[in-house]
Unconditional design. Structure first.
Lengths: 252, 236
């Protein structure tokens, strides 16, 4: 025990490790601060946070659950891309390959699917939470608008992914949806044609949905997500339930 | 101090009428700023560790779901064979249900457009920012206007025979009017009395969307007819 401790100590204190992680062990508040602001990913956080924002009922962690789902979806999505061809009928055959040939292929696809459902659901609950806590009030107005756009992008991601297995469920689910777009006045038909690359859901539509699903929408989501989270920090951290003023200003 | 004229403190709950807190400091006054003794904690480890645990819980939960339940996969897409019913994914089933009751332009374009616009304007609408309870003060006029508009809404949905919307709308309207004068009632009525109009609307929207989604998922069969979920061959 003593030996492993001293080994880990020597590793953590070695000049190589310290060249990667510049701060020492986080046993002082100074080093705990350094953990946050010397890290590209953690520095969206301030060094200190209000204690009550950590409470469960403050946010129900719904935004965090949505973000966790997004990360799981990116990881599983990239792995699924290794096994997928956006063409007819190979797309459907790839689903069968995933089920019966690829190691853990079914697990990957299941995980991607359930994470997608959870992300839509958690994002919607997150929106309700923010609304009923009135956390959209100044200065957070525009972040609410970004959130609405993010919800729409999430729905579009889920919807474009729905077509990719190229089974009956996918084909008719997307047919029902894109027939709705046709009804929009003036641009409806043209938008639908642009989206599908034709007048019916076909191989062109599969390729377009694939590109939207794997490139355009994820990039858009990540950009908006970065702005969304960055603005949370700029606006003073997560806003929980409305607070009653604790006391009146005294003017003596 | 008697020579100092009284200081006018303008108090307003309306943030638009009084967008910034203005402090008037005169040489003979010492202003005491409201101090909130808010405890702060270090982000690392308090927040970071919680975030990591949350991420792990989500991954564990999803892994369990992925091991227990397989994602659906039907036969290969066949444009010549239309399944009945052809259902959209669950988050669009509310929309698809609307399509069953209303003309396509209304259900597929107008209503989603209105929902998005309504969501976007929330933080800019005065009624949201002032956050006054719906029933407050002299509200006879407001009650009449609300009775007329909810009545009109219910009549409109009833005209399209859209019962899955009529019933929850009626229920929410009853709750909304039951909250009137509820400050003197029991605990539930006191809570309801504090609800603002936008909150009632959002609550109504959520209930209607939820009911349409559940009905669409479990209770709709061939030709969008009503079926019981345990009846054979209706798995959505």
């Amino acid at each position: 025990m003593r030996a492993t401790e001293s080994l880990s100590r020597r590793l953590l204190d070695s000049s190589v490790y310290r060249s990667i992680v510049r701060h020492g062990t986080a046993d002082t508040n100074r080093n705990r601060s350094l953990v946050v602001f010397e890290n590209l990913f953690l520095h969206v956080h301030p060094v200190k946070v209000r204690e009550k924002t950590l409470r469960f009922r403050h946010t129900y962690w719904l935004g965090g659950i949505s973000l966790a789902c997004a990360l799981v979806l990116i990881a599983t999505g990239i792995l699924l891309m290794f096994y997928y061809h956006p063409s007819v009928p190979q797309a459907y055959r790839d689903m069968k390959e995933l089920s019966f040939v690829v190691d853990n292929g079914m697990f990957l696809r299941n995980m991607h699917r359930w994470a997608a459902h959870l992300m839509v659901f958690a994002s919607f609950l997150h929106m309700l939470r923010v609304f009923f806590h009135r956390a959209y009030r100044p200065p957070r107005q525009f972040n609410w608008v970004i959130g609405v756009v993010l919800l729409i992008v999430t729905l579009l991601l889920s919807y474009t992914g729905y077509l990719l297995p190229w089974d009956q469920l996918a084909f008719w689910g997307v047919s029902v949806g894109t027939n709705m777009a046709k009804e929009a006045p003036l641009l409806g038909e043209k938008v639908r044609f642009l989206l599908l690359g034709g007048n019916i859901v076909s191989e062109n539509a599969l390729l377009r949905f694939y590109v939207l699903h794997c490139v355009v929408l994820p990039v858009g989501l990540l950009l908006l997500l970065s702005v969304h989270i960055w603005r949370v920090r700029k606006d003073g951290g997560v806003q929980g339930p409305p607070e009653e003023p604790s006391g009146r200003e005294e003017v003596q | 101090m008697s020579s100092v004229p009284p200081l006018d403190v303008v108090e307003s709950a309306d943030p638009l009428a009084m967008p910034r807190r203005v402090a008037l400091v005169r040489p003979d006054i010492r202003p005491a700023v409201r101090t909130t003794e808010e405890p702060y904690v270090m982000t690392f480890p308090n927040l970071i560790v919680r975030e990591v645990i949350l991420f792990q819980l989500v991954v564990i939960g999803l892994s369990l779901a992925a091991m227990l339940f397989d994602a659906p996969l039907e036969g290969i897409a066949n444009p010549l064979e239309t399944p009945n019913p052809a259902k959209a994914p669950w988050y669009f089933l509310g929309l698809q249900a609307l399509l069953h009751y209303f003309p396509p332009v209304v259900a597929g374009v107008l209503m989603p457009f209105l929902v998005v616009v309504a969501l976007v304007v929330i933080p800019y609408a005065r009624i949201n920012l002032s956050a006054q309870p719906l029933w407050k003060g002299a509200d006879t006029l407001r009650a009449a206007a609300l009775a007329a508009s909810t009545g009109g809404l219910i009549a409109l949905f009833a005209a399209f025979r859209c019962w899955p919307i009529v019933v929850p709308t009626l229920a929410v309207a009853v709750a909304m009017f039951a909250a009137r004068g509820g400050e003197r009632g029991g605990a539930l009525r006191r809570t309801l009395a504090r609800v603002t109009l936008p909150e009632w609307i959002m609550f109504w929207f959520t209930v209607v969307a939820g009911i349409l989604t559940v009905v669409g998922t479990f209770f709709r069969g061939p030709g969008w007819s009503f079926v019981w979920p345990w009846a054979a061959g209706t798995a959505g």
